[in-house]
Design a binder for this molecule. Structure first.
Ligand code: TRP
Ligand code: ZN
Length: 894
């Protein structure tokens, strides 16, 4: 049953109301003249009617000052057009015409960072999703695809570099020290993929020869000071280009591919055709300034944007409800790429941890939406973990159901069939159905129903018949858009572990000759609310290893005993499920600690020694990937633990998790210390999977040891801080020192923080990390600390990276301080966040709206906390002139 989501609200856009565009824009000719403080945009659009008579045609346009308007070179009289709010309406337009408009815009005043804006010294654009309408009047929707020519002119001294999509066709000097460049993009595209850049940029150049032997020039444009940080992005780009040829048969299709790095950017990066624009945080990397996570992010985002050239640009979205068509698919593609470049199991563990902590929370909150939403108020609010990460999980399930050969056939068909088109998620699934003959009608529900399905699995073993049965039921909690969920199609990859190892599997109605060669692994397909699967010839009661590789984005309930989990943790053949067993074991122990907590004191609590025994064995296991070991030792995050609670008590969670970590640190002091002592601090830095894993394990050990360190451990931490030859180790040591509750660490942490800042103050991205580590500090006094950071000269109030590093990190990654655990005023964290949202909302509504998220979860907390959070949401709601972005989030969560 579908709830009526205020359909009288005219601000809501509905998928069911989709209509194809009344006009096509065959050609788009832009002339952008940049001057200090103002720019002028002249547009010549060739419009052609697509259907019967149209009495009015509305073009989108925001914050534009209209200076001239002509149709077929004739000025329009006042009765031939009108300016409504956000629209230019043409009255009785001809069937085929050229529309000429000239507008004035002010990039220097544009703090929203969409449309044309200025980031430090660079003029750049961000048009996805609906930013092009801040540049000129247009049909700003992805199913209007046009042939773009862009002329840019500017002062040569200020802006020696002038870039736009496609190929450079002309350039030259003008009078008054100005110059111009003309770019033409031979591929038709929607305007959200338009880009231009003007500024004083340095370039790193390379080239790539495609599989069919064409040369592609590769250029990365950055500020001169950052030229030494482009190598990794360039190498990643070439790897991605090769990988897409080999794995998907996709070649690049222009003679030039450009990346530009800017400091002020709302998201990670943008896939504009031939001219990707990146947040500096997602392109710049060098060992001295960038952590391993930073290197991996650069590799992943460079690949992601590159892969969009096919999954997004050549085949694009019909409308913004289809966003996951390009984003879910492209995230799946970049995840598989990163897996191939490093360790697949490690990558999977990292992605699943993120999904389960943050996407599951979104699915359980007031903004829950299907990966293809049915309605939205502000599309920018739907660039979510659900669209991206859950969308990728849905594509992953399809890929796994088909297997690699059929999936490749299916994507080939999809790209061929829809090249140059703007399509829907159904078109994608249909191509996969066509090559495989599979029926995906039940599977389609993943696109239309929100919420995280819960599987309840019960098992039964009959010694006499040697039959082993798994009884599986599924249910999905109600979400705002839908109360009654139909069953999902859920692939459950599994195996059975006996005393001596994996058991050969035979389902009751399987014929012997149908059995796969790998006979210890099966994928069960659940398509109904309840199903049972019977295995025959099972010699003993096994422990089931379920949902291997996290084969579906669901919550799995099975009554594992702790001994079962020990068996899985130590012996499962599936790396992911070994990790998963450790997480379940650790979660159980932390829940024991929570149960023992009475008023802040843990009475008679000692952790289940089986957890320590498992850790001890893992630390000794030969050949175990060091990164897997690190993740298996790492306790579930406070956010993940919170997700498991019906009423979240962030303070108790923090205490319980800390207590268990302290026990582990003490009990495993020797082997953890050995990890540190065996680490070679002088080894030259390389961002290879093996070296990243070694650093991750070492820094995990350091974090444990610094919980209750003696002087020797503190000295070791300081030594690592001072002798580190890379930012991963340097930052990890500083973080461990700052987060430690020990007075031995607290005495020196302020000086070390100051030293670090003095050393790195000119490296903006390092300063972000320095801000973030303090915003994350769980020690008492969090609110005062972040307030002080906002007043620090390093903070820039309009820069999204700085805002995220302080405000975002505090509210999302420092739960104990955000929820007032150690402060005299328990509401101070909530008030702080609301203050920041209100201050930012009129300047950059996209970022302001995103910051609100933690407050929207108020229903998950007790009455007092939840009430206080709700109070701050009310305060935001009543801010005069609140943006539609923030209004959507606030009103849907109240
Ligand atoms: N398409 C971009 C991506 O690949 C997303 C994006 C970049 C974006 N900048 C944006 C979305 C600004 C909304 C607003 O992930
Ligand atoms: Zn994307």
């Amino acid at each position: 049953m579908t709830q009526d989501l205020s359909s009288n609200n005219s601000d809501t856009v509905y998928l069911k109301d989709y209509q194809s565009p009344a006009y096509a824009i065959e050609k788009t000719d832009l002339d952008v003249a940049i001057y200090p403080g103002e720019s002028f945009v002249e547009a010549r659009l060739q419009l052609v009617r697509q259907s019967g008579l149209v009495s009015e045609l509305a073009l989108d346009g925001e914050q534009l000052e209209l200076l001239a308007i002509e149709i077929n070179s004739q000025s329009l009289s006042k009765d031939q057009y009108r300016l409504d709010d956000g629209k230019l309406v043409l009255i009785e337009p001809p069937e085929r015409f050229e529309l000429y408009t000239k507008v004035r815009i002010q990039p220097e005043q544009n703090t929203s960072l969409e449309g044309l804006y200025r980031s430090r010294t660079i003029y750049c654009t961000q048009c996805e999703a609906e930013g092009f309408r801040k540049i000129t009047y247009y049909l700003d929707r992805p199913d209007v695809m046009s042939d773009f020519t862009t002329r840019i002119s500017a002062a040569k001294s200020e802006c020696p570099i002038l870039l736009a999509n496609g190929n450079l066709v002309e350039q030259g000097d003008l009078t008054d020290g100005r110059h111009y460049a003309v770019w033409h993009d031979p591929h038709k595209k929607p305007c959200y993929l338009f880009a231009l850049v003007a500024g004083d940029l340095s370039v790193m150049e390379d080239h790539f020869v495609t599989a069919s032997g064409r040369n592609v020039d590769l250029k990365i444009y950055v500020e001169e000071k950052d030229l030494d940080k482009c190598d990794h992005a360039m190498a990643s780009l070439k790897n991605a280009m090769r990988w897409d040829e080999e794995v998907y048969g996709r070649e690049y299709d222009l003679d030039i591919f450009m990346i530009v790095a800017v400091d002020d950017f709302n998201m990670g990066a943008m896939e504009n055709k031939g001219l990707n624009i990146f947040n500096t945080s997602c392109v710049l990397a060098k060992p001295e300034t960038t952590t391993d996570a930073g290197f991996q992010r650069v590799e992943g985002v460079v690949a992601h944007e590159y892969f969009h050239n096919w999954s997004g640009n050549r085949v694009t979205c019909r409308d913004w409800f289809q966003l996951s068509l390009k984003e879910g698919f492209t995230v799946y593609r970049d995840a598989e790429f990163s897996a191939d470049m490093g360790s697949p199991t490690v990558k999977r563990v990292e992605d699943v941890a993120m999904l389960r902590t943050h996407q599951f929370a979104e699915d359980a909150g007031p903004m829950a939406h299907p990966i293809r939403p049915a309605s939205y108020m502000e599309i920018s609010n739907f660039y979510t973990l659900t669209i991206y990460e859950k969308g990728a999980e849905v594509v992953r399930m399809l890929a796994n159901l088909l297997g690699p050969e059929l999936f490749r056939k299916g994507t080939d068909l999809y790209f061929e069939r829809h090249d140059g088109q703007a399509v829907t998620t159904e078109d994608f699934v249909q191509a996969l159905a066509d090559v495989s003959g599979r029926d995906f009608s039940v599977f389609q529900r993943w696109y239309n129903q929100a919420g995280t399905p819960q599987l309840e699995v019960r098992d039964e073993y009959d010694e006499n018949t040697r039959e082993y049965t798994l009884h599986i039921t599924q249910s999905t909690p109600a979400t705002p858009e839908c109360a009654d969920k139909q069953p999902f199609h859920i692939p459950i990859a599994m195996g059975l572990l006996g005393d001596a190892g994996e058991i050969a599997l035979k389902l009751r109605d399987e014929e012997l000759e149908d059995l796969p060669t790998d006979n210890t692994h099966r994928v069960l397909e659940l398509t109904e609310q309840a199903q049972s699967f019977v295995f025959t010839d099972v010699p003993e009661k096994p422990v089931p290893s379920l949902l291997r590789g996290f084969s579906a984005p669901v919550k799995l309930k099975f009554a594992y005993s702790r001994d079962d989990l020990v068996r899985l943790a130590l012996r499962d053949s599936d790396g992911f499920n070994r990790y998963e067993a450790c997480q379940r074991l650790a979660l159980g122990v932390i829940e024991d600690a929570l149960a023992a907590d009475s008023g802040g004191e843990l009475n008679n609590f000692t952790p289940d020694e089986r957890l320590l025994a498992v850790y001890q064995q893992l630390l000794q296991e030969e050949g175990l990937d060091r990164a897997m070991l690190a993740y298996m030792l790492l306790l579930p995050s406070e956010g993940f633990i919170a997700e498991q609670q019906s009423v979240i008590d962030p303070i108790a969670i923090h205490r319980a998790r800390g207590e268990v970590a302290g026990y582990i640190a003490k009990a495993l002091h020797k082997p953890l210390l050995a990890v540190l002592e065996n680490y070679d601090l002088r080894k030259p830095y390389k961002p290879t999977a093996v070296d990243i894993a070694a650093r991750l394990l070492k820094n995990t050990a350091l974090e444990f040891l610094m919980r209750e360190p003696d002087q020797a451990v503190v000295d070791l931490c300081v030594k690592h801080l001072q002798q580190a030859n890379n930012m991963t180790d340097e930052l990890a040591s500083l973080t461990a020192l700052v987060n430690s509750r020990s007075p031995l660490a607290a005495d020196i942490a302020p000086q070390k923080l100051a030293d670090f800042y003095a050393k790195w103050q000119d490296e903006s991205l390092v300063v972000n990390a320095w801000l973030a580590l303090q915003a994350r500090n769980a020690n008492p006094g969090g609110v005062e600390r972040v307030e002080a950071l906002l007043a620090h000269p390093a903070f820039e109030a309009n820069n999204p990276n700085k805002i995220r590093s302080v405000v975002g990190v505090f509210a999302n990654a420092n739960p104990v301080n955000f929820h007032g655990g150690t402060d005299a005023d328990p509401e101070a964290g909530y008030r702080f966040l609301a203050d920041q949202v209100i201050a930012l909302d009129s300047k950059n509504p996209q970022i302001a709206a995103r910051l609100i998220t933690p407050l929207t979860r108020w229903r998950r907390y007790d009455k007092q906390r939840g009430g206080a959070m709700r109070g701050q949401l009310e305060r935001i709601k009543h801010t005069p002139g609140l943006s539609s972005d923030s209004n959507e989030i606030v009103s849907k969560s109240l």
